[in-house]
Design a protein around this ligand. Structure first.
Ligand code: 475
Length: 839
């Protein structure tokens, strides 16, 4: 190749075309080029991972122009921006989603085919960034997708954990945790931005000293400083030019500390210091819906929050926006309380470092933050022991005391002579060991407080945050969760999409309410036949996968009955198991019984320290071992535990479900989002009146939803009157037999000890009221079995579920946030060839 030296040759060999061109030919050339120049391989010796990397770089090149144009446009306009602060972003694999959002899936598919490669295999190669536990982290990822698709200027801020959520293996029926080394093969989607590194102080003490003008000021003398390095990942919108940024912080040692230690000859001390610093972003805490009062966890929180706030201030300075205009430039959304130390940190920055008067700083702070609550479970509400908090963040603790003092004055003013209220509402819990109550801090420091489903928001107002609702009713609002149809329909379920597009076009991808148009076809027998065939093909794929990974044969004509989510007692996977055992017992009592064949699929991880949750996993596998092998069952029931449930796996499994299990105790599941993903892929829900189930049922119609169980009010009332699980056990012979078989060792090779802790929980206090809901659940499951036998009726229900799920797009959620209180406008991005070289 000759270098272009005249204007004629330039058009022919423009290098940039290989970086931007979308034709199959250009894609092939760029792919070969990246394989050679980036991976340093020729095709004959390249591994699958080399091919994946070459393709990933090819795609990344094609989105860089969008990314830089977007950044340049936001910067030039100093656009109002949403800063979404979250300790977790459960992004899932990037390649496929970027192909969809760039609109080049088909071209790339063809290019790979022509090179003798299989795109689907390359997609499988990607190690997914599992930087989250479950619902909260995945919601953050769906919201980034919608923000970009709606062209809203936004930044996601979080932590670049070196090890994300552990990989799950199953050994002898038990969960085994394996370190998630997602970065070991390299991450082609991120760009480090070391020039925007910031320093974060930790520990030490505060001093009151006079400054150079003789004014007394508080100085924080830390005993540790760490450096945060931002790593940026582009977030493409669907068929727009917008590419926003996810900015994740990696912790490193600050050089000066090393130099100091080296100077003093303390070589090992310096290395130790380096390890301590880097530990901060080392690993994601693997607990879902439960708080861990660990020092390192608090260090993670202040670390990413402080880095992010300083980054916002850098951006303002660069765009010449005065600091006073912080609330106009940024709205900071707190994804639960995990980033809520941002409130005292912003106060500290404004008051201590920018010398702003307290009142002015507080005015800015109160107008900048909005808080989303994701759970009512008491064990998940973050509280930090004062001692631990003060040791790590002595200045922040002083600031919280000051905020609290002024806040309690306000409470006293509004509710005179109500000392019990003051005690209840104090940011400091003084009932025993003293704690900082982070949810209360978030309420006081934010202008908006929202729950994630209508019922959840009502319960927040009635219960957990009732006093705050009385104090600040105007702050409370609901934002029902949603999920992105790009990843959870277009990418994960191409068969469904083809069928939808053939009937109603593809507008639904950007406007999910368009699915309504499907209702016109529900009476068309040919369409129902296609729908049924489609489902069968998807189930066959999953059956092949099950055969490959577990060697279990499943019948694709059986009902695929799926529960896939984190393991937690409140989610009641063991209620599902009681149903399986009940069906099995019926077969044992009468082997010729006419039963609707079912395949029970489970997926999900348990927190490594949550013994009962792990025992439930063991129980599922133990029951499966018996049921799957018993000749009396004659393959009418199969129980399969699919290990290592993650985003990639979720995408595979949701489309195959006939029945979606959403069976939490009423009042416990804040919203749920798996419930939405299943229904959007044509599953019918069996569920309680909990979280977003309530709204799903409202949308799809009661006749297309299998409801069972106590309501939230009934749960409360029963608790109050003294719930006796033992009575339910005594009164219901099927329930008694199911529990007795677990307790006797029937599923544990005759060992009655193995599942005793679980049985004791159920017959003891049964906190989540499985026994109270058992009969209603079983009867409803019997109706489900009946309905499935009328396959035509089932298909109608399935179609109507999809048709009426439009509300649950994360685009709708994000629009609600924007219009209600973010007050941020879309910014159109014009694609220029290059961003101007001159400033
Ligand atoms: C809810 N995680 C779902 C989802 O809104 C809801 C809490 C403390 C410490 C670590 N992780 C957590 C959660 O609380 C969480 O994931 N909550 C979930 O948020 C999105 O759909 O009902 O359980």
């Amino acid at each position: 190749q000759t270098l272009p030296n005249s204007s004629e040759t330039v058009t022919e060999v423009r290098v940039e075309d290989d970086r931007t061109g979308l034709s199959v030919e250009t894609l092939k050339r760029a792919f070969a080029d990246n394989l050679f120049y980036i991976q340093g391989k020729f095709p004959q010796i390249a591994s699958k991972n080399d091919f994946y990397m070459a393709l990933a770089y090819t795609v990344r090149d094609r989105l860089l122009r969008r990314w830089l144009n977007t950044a340049e446009t936001y910067s030039r306009n100093a656009s109002r921006t949403v800063a979404y602060l979250s300790a977790e972003f459960l992004m899932g694999p990037q390649l496929g989603n970027n192909l969809i959002n760039l609109g080049i899936y088909d071209q790339v598919n063809q290019a790979m085919q022509e090179l003798g490669l299989d795109l689907r295999e390359l997609l499988e190669e990607e190690e997914e960034p599992g930087l989250g536990n479950g619902g909260l982290g995945r919601l953050a990822a769906c919201y980034l997708d919608s923000l970009a698709t709606l062209e809203i200027p936004s930044l996601g801020y979080g932590i670049r954990y070196e090890f994300g959520i552990f990989d799950q293996d199953i050994k002898d029926g038990w969960q085994v945790e394996i370190t998630d080394k997602w970065l070991s093969a390299g991450n082609p989607w991120e760009l480090p931005r070391p020039e925007w590194s910031v320093e974060v102080k930790l520990g030490g003490h505060t001093e009151k000293r006079a400054d150079e003008h003789g004014n007394f000021k508080i100085y924080w003398v830390p005993n540790q400083v760490v450096k945060g390095i931002p790593y940026d990942t582009p977030i493409l919108g669907y068929k727009t030019n917008t590419a926003n940024t996810l900015r994740l912080w990696k912790a490193e040692a600050v050089e000066s500390f090393d130099f100091y230690a080296f100077d003093s000859g303390d070589y090992l001390g310096a290395v130790h210091q380096k390890t301590v610093s880097e530990n901060i972003s080392k690993v994601l805490y693997p607990n879902d819906n439960s708080a861990q009062g660990k020092e390192l966890r608090l260090a993670q929180q202040i670390f990413f929050v402080s880095c992010s706030l300083k980054d916002m201030m850098r951006i303002m300075e660069q765009q010449k926006v005065p600091l006073e205009q912080f609330p106009e430039k940024f709205v900071i959304q707190l994804n639960d309380t995990h980033p809520s130390v941002a409130i005292p940190e912003l106060m500290r920055l404004l008051v201590d470092e920018y010398d702003m008067p307290w009142e002015k700083a507080w005015g800015i702070t109160k107008q900048s933050f909005a808080y989303t609550n994701h759970t009512l479970l008491p064990e998940a509400l973050e509280r930090w022991p004062i001692g631990l908090f003060g040791k790590m963040l002595p200045r922040h603790l002083e600031i919280i005391y000051e905020i609290n003092k002024r806040f309690l004055d306000e409470v006293r003013m509004k509710f005179p002579d109500d000392t019990d209220r003051l005690r209840r509402m104090s940011l400091i819990d003084e009932s025993g060991e003293r704690y900082v109550r982070m949810a209360f801090l978030a309420c006081v420091g934010s202008y908006s407080i929202n729950g994630v489903a209508a019922l959840h928001t009502e319960l927040l107002k009635k219960d957990v945050l009732h006093d705050f609702y009385e104090m600040y009713p105007e702050k409370f609002n609901n934002k029902t969760n949603g999920v992105t149809p790009r990843r959870f329909m277009v990418l994960s379920n191409p068969r469904l999409c083809r069928l939808l597009n053939s009937k109603i076009g593809d507008e639904w991808i950007k406007n999910l309410y368009e699915l309504k148009k499907l209702e016109a076809f529900v009476e068309d027998p040919e369409f129902r036949r296609q729908w049924r065939e489609m489902k069968l093909e998807i189930k066959q794929d999953v059956a092949d996968y099950i055969k490959k990974t577990t060697d279990i044969d499943v019948n694709v004509n059986s009902m695929f009955d799926i529960q896939a989510k984190r393991f937690h007692e409140y989610k009641r996977q063991h209620l599902n198991v009681l149903h399986i055992i009940t069906l099995y017992n019926r077969i044992k009592a009468n082997p010729d019984i006419d039963i609707t064949p079912r395949t029970f699929l489970f997926g999900g991880k348990a927190a490594p320290g949550y013994y009962i949750a792990k025992l439930i996993i063991k129980l599922i596998n133990s029951v499966g071992d018996i049921v799957n092998r018993d000749p009396d069952v004659r393959d009418r029931l199969k129980v399969v535990f699919l290990k290592d449930f993650n985003v990639k796996f979720a995408q595979r499994i949701y489309p195959s479900a006939d029945l979606s299990e959403q069976i939490s105790t009423a009042g416990k599941e804040a919203s749920g989002t798996g419930n939405m993903k299943f229904a959007l892929n044509g599953a019918i829900t069996i569920g309680t009146l909990d979280g977003a189930n309530v709204e799903i049922r409202e949308e799809v119609g009661a006749e297309n939803f299998f409801l069972f169980g106590l309501t939230t009010e009934e749960v409360y009332a029963l608790k109050k009157e003294g719930y006796q699980p033992w009575e339910y056990y005594q009164k219901d012979p099927e329930l008694k037999l199911a529990i007795d078989r677990i307790a006797s060792g029937f599923f544990s090779h005759g060992d009655p000890k193995l599942f005793k802790p679980l049985v004791d929980h159920l017959l003891g206090n049964d906190q989540y009221m499985l026994l109270a809901d058992y009969r209603s659940y079983i009867d409803t499951q019997d109706r489900v079995s009946e309905a499935y036998r009328d396959i035509d009726r089932w298909v109608r229900m399935s179609i109507l579920n999809v048709a009426r799920m439009g509300k649950f797009s994360s685009d709708r959620s994000i629009r609600d946030y924007c219009e209600d209180f973010w007050k941020v406008q879309p910014v159109n991005i014009e694609l220029k060839e290059y961003v101007q070289a001159t400033a």
